[in-house]
Design a protein around this ligand. Structure first.
Ligand SMILES: [Zn+2]
Ligand SMILES: [Zn+2]
Length: 162
């Protein structure tokens, strides 16, 4: 079993326990949503998830997707992120590892990079009445494919004006 698969498997078990403890039904749709978030490094929005589920033949409502995401957040398996455009997206929580987000301002592609310091290093003095859990930086720029496209456009224009 790959490391990613193992992570997904332990998340499934944790979610199953959480649902039992909270007397919620363990429906297949709920586990598919977990799977979708864990199987990629994606930061997915509710609408994207909802459309993916419909495309896969699941008969879910938007409310089910919202409700399941709330449960996953409550269970500590998934967290909400906002990546500059104000839209709420969801991503898996992978242990205590912090990561940053490299966001392309042209196409919106998001790449994750490992963070070098911990929250404790970042905040030598623990704030009062707040329990820090993780931190993330949003670094904006241009991805390599957008940069290449930009370059091509520039040289194309230069050639035309000759
Ligand atoms: Zn891009
Ligand atoms: Zn992320």
């Amino acid at each position: 079993m790959s490391e990613e698969k193992a992570k997904e498997w332990s998340a499934r078990q944790k979610f199953a326990r959480f649902l039992e403890e909270h007397k919620k039904r363990k429906t297949p749709e709920r586990f598919v949503i977990l799977e979708k978030i864990f199987s990629s490094q994606a930061h997915v929005g509710v609408d994207t998830l909802y459309k993916q589920l419909l495309a896969d033949g699941y008969r879910v409502s938007r409310a089910t997707v919202y409700n399941t995401l709330d449960l996953l957040v409550e269970a500590g398996l998934v967290r909400r992120v906002t990546l500059g455009d104000g839209m709420t997206r969801y991503e898996r929580v992978s242990g205590s590892m912090n990561h940053h987000h490299l966001i392309c301002t042209r196409c919106g592609k998001v790449k994750e990079v490992k963070a070098v310091s911990t929250v404790a290093e970042l905040l030598p003095k623990k704030p009062r009445s707040f329990e820090p859990a993780y931190y993330t930086l949003y670094i904006y720029g241009m991805c390599s494919s957008c940069a290449r496209r930009e370059q091509m456009m520039r040289t194309g224009i230069a050639e035309k004006s000759k």
